[in-house]
Design a protein around this ligand. Structure first.
Ligand SMILES: O=C(O)C1=C[C@@H](OP(=O)(O)O)[C@@H](O)[C@H](O)C1
Ligand SMILES: C=C(OP(=O)(O)O)C(=O)O
Length: 430
């Protein structure tokens, strides 16, 4: 296995143009494919998760053109759901933003669609979504284990009506239902049961649907009503914002090390909940400035440990876990149960790797408490095929010791060029 050793770093300084948001890229591609007319999507993310969505659309017969740098996609939708005479098998890697939304959207059409992915995808739950789709007329067969991909959809349209969906495992289930809803035969009312995890991602969904002309009635994120008879209509040109989760590593580097880092592509006007990561850094003592499309962070007088509920921003929350290595006092990150069902069991992986660099860690069922060591220990960090483990632990190189990242290439899921950009804004201790 490949590895990358980062020599001790002492400073972060510079500007980063962020790659496009994964969440927006995959939503806009799917909605453009379902929409009437031609959509030109700019600043599209070029990463594995997006490639899986694009490959699926190709197999579904969608016509699109990618620019040479793969960051502009011009796509012509038919305004109709996807249908096929021949059974299709779509391989979706480990992309939750492809698996869950496609699972619902494909039920709108006609034909047999099998959705598969990498081995880890077969351990990521999908039951809550399937259980909500079945009363709407979806026929779904699990191929290996009940409640998990791979699965086959025997699609024959979705009826509409009134369904409930559990909100506490993944917001992507609700996102999937919402995006399919306007093309159901009748109005759809969706009730959300229990806590809604990762709530700001629902705003990304509603924003994306609104761009394509869809109206959704939102009663406090508890009930959503979507009228039938609406069609997705192309907005023409649409630009993908920079990825707010990808911004977190650069901003944290400045908060830890001194120097000032500004990221472009995400700012106060962003629709992504992960922009709030910068507020968490401010709570720890960092200096934060926002412009409409940029965020700038510098180190404050001290960096303090905090006790926070990060249920709303589980991806950026991982970056707080490694930032905590440099804080004064312990940090507790609470209400992140669903870390366990992502690219890996992130609560367990994070605890194991933080201990390797010398932290004292308590791993709870849905929280993690990190007490930083007086001095970090040099270590080889395992990344569990989890892009965020690799990116988070690059920050450990600010601890005066070399840090080796095993399988750094796993960042290809959302951020293939991460280590080049990280190197460009960090200075090695001489
Ligand atoms: O809808 C989305 O784009 C996402 C929602 C979140 O997942 P959960 O809702 O499963 O927490 C997030 O972790 C994921 O990276 C992207
Ligand atoms: C959880 C993540 O991805 P996915 O979209 O596959 O759920 C992530 O990017 O951290």
């Amino acid at each position: 296995m490949d590895s990358l050793t980062l020599n001790p770093l002492c400073r972060a300084e510079g500007e980063v143009q962020l790659p496009g948001s994964k969440s927006l890229s995959n939503r806009l591609l799917l909605l453009a494919a379902l929409a009437e007319g031609e959509t030109r999507i700019t600043n599209l993310l070029d990463s594995d998760d997006v490639k899986h969505m694009l490959n699926a659309l190709t197999q579904l017969g969608v016509h699109y053109q990618l620019s040479d740098d793969r960051r502009t996609c011009t796509l012509t939708g038919t305004g109709k759901p996807f249908s096929t005479d021949q059974a299709l098998e779509l391989f979706l890697g480990n992309a939750g933003t492809a698996m869950r939304p496609l699972c619902a959207a494909l039920c709108l059409g006609r034909g047999d669609f099998t959705l598969t992915g990498e081995p880890r995808m077969s351990e990521r739950p999908i039951r809550d979504l399937v259980d909500a789709l079945r009363p709407l007329g979806a026929e779904v067969t699990y191929l290996d284990n009940d409640g998990y991909p791979p699965l086959t959809l025997h699609a024959n349209g979705l009826k509409g009506g009134h369904v409930s969906i559990r909100g506490n495992i993944s917001s992507q289930f609700l996102t999937a239902l919402l995006m399919a809803a306007p093309l159901a035969e009748n109005d759809l009312i969706i009730d959300v049961e229990g806590e809604l995890v990762s709530k700001p991602y629902i705003d990304i969904t509603l924003h994306s649907m609104q761009l394509f002309g869809i109206k959704v009635e939102n009663e406090n994120y508890k009930r959503f009503t979507i009228k039938a008879g609406q069609t997705y209509v192309s907005p023409g040109d649409v630009m993908v914002e920079g990825d707010a989760s990808s911004a977190s590593y650069f901003l944290a580097a400045a908060a830890i090390a001194g120097g000032t880092v500004r990221v472009y592509g995400v700012g106060s006007e962003s629709v992504q909940g992960d922009k709030a990561f910068a507020d968490v850094l401010a709570q720890m003592g960092a200096k934060v400035n926002y412009g409409p499309t940029w965020i700038e962070v510098s180190r404050g007088d001290t960096l303090n440990g905090i006790d926070v509920d990060l249920n709303a921003i589980p991806d950026a929350a991982m970056t707080i876990a490694t930032t905590a290595l440099f804080a004064q006092g312990p940090t507790a990150i609470r209400n992140v149960y669903n870390w366990r069902v992502k690219e890996t069991d992130r609560l367990s992986a994070m605890a194991t790797e933080l201990r390797k660099v010398g932290a004292d860690v308590v791993e709870g069922e849905d929280f993690i408490e990190i007490t930083p060591p007086a001095r970090l220990t040099s270590a080889a960090i395992d990344t569990y095929d989890d892009h965020r483990m690799a990116m988070c632990f690059s920050l450990a190189a600010f601890g005066d010791v070399p840090i080796t990242i095993n399988d750094p290439g796993c960042t290809r899921k959302t951020f293939p060029e991460y280590f080049d950009l990280f190197r460009a804004i960090t200075k090695t201790r001489s």
